[in-house]
Write a protein that binds this ligand. Structure first.
Ligand SMILES: O=C(O)CCC(=O)C(=O)O
Ligand SMILES: [Fe+2]
Length: 394
């Protein structure tokens, strides 16, 4: 799916220590040519949506209109009071950071395979000539459960994917899947057979990524429901497109680069999602969004989730909402880490304008296609900013 390229964390270490030159494949003259603007005035214009206000009957209508307007005019907002427990955020931050801190050989146990997307590595590398991003990633399919490929889920730190506590012992996880019956603590545990014998007195601790996944899926579902209200469609008809709540995560590691202005952490792109929720893992800024041709540097609010509208939602909304082009720059001194969760349509969903939006005298502005074809097309178009979604316009 993506050609193998060097590990950037190691490359950065070598360049950083010696002040060495950056290999040509990483040098991106367009960054200096197309600089972002930022600062307090710009950031005060970026919409902030309060999920608690959306849920409060007193303020829901007003906040829902704000949400709709943010998706319409920006395709982007910061979400506060999102209800994801603080400890889920901090555990995710800790575990994602610890994973990237592991020695290279330990991380490489989870390397992507030649024909797949999941695992540790890179994405969107199609040719030996193309410019490369200054970053590594860990990409995992999180939902539905059966789409998970546990070969790529790190066993270190132990709390990343699964751990059980028994007399202060943390058991290592391994190959056999045990599903516990459904209550709030239910998740999949991978335990050695011998450890299963001991589980009767165990206190199970849900792993951080499992909890982050279910909490963010809940947030995405809630936002979609309010967006349906804003569009005047039956929430079920929108949620049906996301049946089973397909979700994947891309944890991004952007090493520091002394010549940060010459490289790009993540090339300009739009996400092929309904909604993307991004957690800024270590509060080093670097996300930029393109609005009316101008790159804006986002100052993410601590603990907020930043939300992008993706191509799928733009199409479903028949162009009412806008898929936002974005990129990531790197910091000269500090590593930057983010974790994006992508909320995709379900496999057999027809990705096209919702029938309710075109039923009277409305006109479908986008071609419809089944989700799998939509994704094939997305990858075949390489990374083409808004070109992908605009190419679907009739
Ligand atoms: O690093 C970020 O803040 C953005 C990540 C992103 O856009 C992505 O993973 O698709
Ligand atoms: Fe993205």
């Amino acid at each position: 799916m993506s050609l193998p390229v060097p590990n950037v964390q190691e490359l950065a270490r070598a360049c950083h220590g010696t002040d060495g030159e950056i290999p040509d494949r990483y040098v991106r003259p367009e960054v200096a040519a197309d600089e972002a603007i930022g600062g307090r005035d710009i950031n005060s214009a970026i919409p902030v949506i309060d999920l608690a206000k959306l849920l409060d009957p007193q303020s829901s209508q007003e906040e829902c209109a704000k949400l709709g307007s943010a998706c319409q005019h920006w395709g982007f907002f910061q979400l506060i009071n999102h209800g994801v427990p603080g400890e889920v955020i901090s555990d995710t931050r800790r575990d994602v950071t610890e994973f990237f801190r592991l020695p290279l050989e330990a991380k490489e146990e989870y390397s992507q395979l030649a024909d797949g997307l999941q695992g540790y590595g890179h994405s969107f590398v199609f040719s030996e000539e193309q410019k490369l991003d200054w970053g590594d990633l860990l990409y995992l399919q999180l939902r539905p459960n059966e789409s998970r490929d546990m070969r790529f889920w790190p066993e270190q730190p132990t709390s990343f994917r699964s751990a059980s506590r028994h007399k202060n012992t943390i058991f290592q996880v391994s190959s056999i899947m045990v599903m516990l019956p459904g209550d709030i603590w239910t998740c999949s545990f991978w335990l050695h057979q011998s450890e299963i014998q001991n589980t009767s007195t165990c206190v199970f601790v849900r792993n951080s990524i499992e909890r982050f996944s279910s909490e963010t899926a809940k947030v995405a579902r809630c936002l979609l429901k309010f967006l349906a209200i804003d569009m005047g469609v039956d929430p079920e008809s929108l949620l049906e497109k996301f049946r089973g709540e397909p979700q994947s995560m891309r944890a991004n590691y952007y090493p520091p680069c002394r010549q940060a202005g010459k490289v790009l952490g993540l090339s300009p792109h739009c996400d092929a999602t309904g909604l993307t929720l991004v957690l800024q893992v270590n509060n080093v800024q670097g996300l930029q969004i393109r609005k009316e041709g101008q790159w804006l540097a986002v100052d993410a609010l601590d603990g907020a989730l930043v939300v992008n509208v993706g191509d799928i939602l733009e199409v479903l909304s028949n162009g009412r909402y806008r898929s936002i082009e974005h990129r990531a720059v790197v910091n000269p001194e500090k590593e930057r880490i983010s974790a994006a969760v992508f909320h995709m349509a379900c496999r057999n969903a027809m990705v096209g304008p919702l029938p309710e939006l075109v039923k009277d005298d409305g006109k479908a502005v986008y071609t419809s296609m089944v989700f799998e074809d939509f994704m094939k097309r997305f990858f075949s178009m390489k990374r083409n900013g808004r070109g992908g979604v605009e190419g679907l316009m009739i």
